[in-house]
Design a binder for this molecule. Structure first.
Ligand code: SF4
Ligand code: SF4
Length: 432
């Protein structure tokens, strides 16, 4: 997340970057020498009674499905051909656990053909079993619906990008219209959901119209492209505090995920090239295409970016991205931007208290009294923050942090509070 000083962002209005009518192709990164795939779930070889299926020295092919345990539903699909060099545990944000599968990449690529045998008749089972790791990331609720929740009856395809300086989805809408159209057909066929909407910026209306989905226009001002605001402004549905769009039967997915779905069945091969923006220290942003699993150090090397020990590396955009702490961190199916900030330009967060200036209140799109909320969050009074000051109305746009004169890390406080309350409620449910 950034602070006021970030290059190219100005108050009072922040606008999404609009892509050109004929955008250049992304810069294509070479296949990495080493790739790392992050598989969702706890990797604990000594605590598990089951034996681990993957081990150092195992060969893998591009397109091969990799699971840790025999009866596990969780998998990744290898984006490269090579030999497994290590399997280790990896901790993400807010308690997320992964198994990191490291692969030394071979010179000659071999393609696993299992998926190609399944493309003639697209089914939900095929999508579930083969395509959970495609660029753009298909939301799992599509193929593993929660039977106790509201059935999904609407799919919203984001032809807009979620954060500033990012153009990956817009580029996909312009350049991959045939693949998106095929993806929409497959979604209709395998899910039975007819109501498919494309959320598009006005300047891409024509391209979005080629998708076969109904087009709704999204305002160019940040944070209009966040799902809760698309729900309100483009679909006319307000998501109540504490509820998700899925609770109202609406699922969001990126244009890139839908194009990847279409390409998978058109070509009989699972795609592995992820599009994302590289945002350099001067604020310039370039669209790149790299294999999933490519370490971020390869990206920096390709752009001649020197990384100082104190520089900040962010995955995601300037308003909502999260810091990462290793240059070995891999590009993932949902990585939309890699951003680096020079340590000299960082407006560090402070431990100054709130001075009640009120700047954060008018910018909040959900009209939360942020100045009151932050007082409770600072002292860890999360339940009262939820009960009295609308913690769960927050859509995590980051605008309050951006304008805060005391440079308080408000968005981080909010995310931590939601995580802690979720964790407590999970423990309580388990003990009932
Ligand atoms: S991040 Fe801040 S400004 Fe954005 S919705 Fe939440 S409280 Fe409001
Ligand atoms: S902008 Fe920061 S200092 Fe000002 S009222 Fe909001 S939280 Fe307090």
């Amino acid at each position: 997340m950034i602070k006021r000083s970030f290059v190219a962002l100005t108050k009072p209005r922040l606008s999404y970057r609009a892509i050109e009518q004929t955008p250049p192709e992304p810069k294509i990164m070479p296949v990495p020498k080493h790739a790392t795939l992050l598989l969702n779930g706890l990797y604990d070889p000594f605590g598990q009674k089951k034996s681990v299926l993957l081990k150092k020295g195992d060969p893998v092919k591009t397109g091969q499905k990799l699971s840790l345990y025999e009866d596990s539903d969780a998998y990744v699909v290898s984006s490269v051909t090579g030999t497994i060099s290590a399997v280790s545990s990896f901790s993400g944000d807010f308690g997320k656990s992964y198994a990191a599968i490291s692969i030394d990449v071979a010179e000659n690529e071999e393609i696993d053909e299992q998926f190609s045998a399944l493309v003639t008749e697209p089914t939900l089972e095929t999508v579930k079993n083969c395509l959970a790791f495609i660029p753009g990331n298909l939301p799992s609720v599509i193929f593993s619906p929660d039977q106790s929740s509201t059935p999904i009856d609407t799919i919203v395809i984001c032809g807009v990008d979620r954060d500033l300086l990012i153009t990956a989805n817009q580029h996909t809408v312009v350049k991959e219209s045939k693949a998106i159209k095929r993806g929409v057909q497959i979604l209709r066929q395998v899910t039975g959901i007819d109501n498919i909407i494309m959320a598009s910026p006005e300047h891409l209306m024509q391209d979005a119209g080629l998708s076969g989905a109904e087009v709704r226009i999204v305002n160019p001002g940040y944070p209009s492209s966040l799902p809760h605001l698309i729900m309100r402004d483009a679909l006319g549905q307000v998501v109540p505090a504490g509820k998700s769009c899925e609770d109202l039967g609406v699922v969001f997915m990126s244009a890139e995920a839908v194009a990847s779905l279409g390409k998978s069945f058109n070509e009989g091969r699972i795609p592995f090239q992820k599009r994302f923006n590289v945002i350099k220290k001067d604020g310039s942003s370039t669209l790149v295409s790299a294999r999933i699993g490519t370490p971020v150090s390869d990206i920096f090397a390709a752009f001649d970016i020197d990384v100082n020990e104190k520089d900040r590396i962010i995955f995601g955009g300037p308003m909502t991205g999260t810091s990462i702490y290793s240059e070995n961190h891999p590009i993932q199916p949902d990585t939309d931007a890699v951003m680096i900030q020079d340590y000299k330009d960082l407006a560090l967060v402070s431990d100054y208290p709130c001075i009640n200036c009120g700047e954060c209140i008018p910018v909040c799109p959900t009209r939360i009294q942020v100045n009151m909320l932050v007082r409770l969050l600072e002292v860890g009074n999360y339940q009262e923050a939820a009960d009295e000051y609308d913690l769960y109305s927050c859509i995590e746009c980051g605008l309050c942090s951006f304008v805060c004169v005391s440079r308080m890390p408000i968005l981080q406080y909010i995310k931590l509070a939601k995580y802690e309350l979720d964790r407590i409620s999970t423990v309580e449910e388990a003990n009932v």
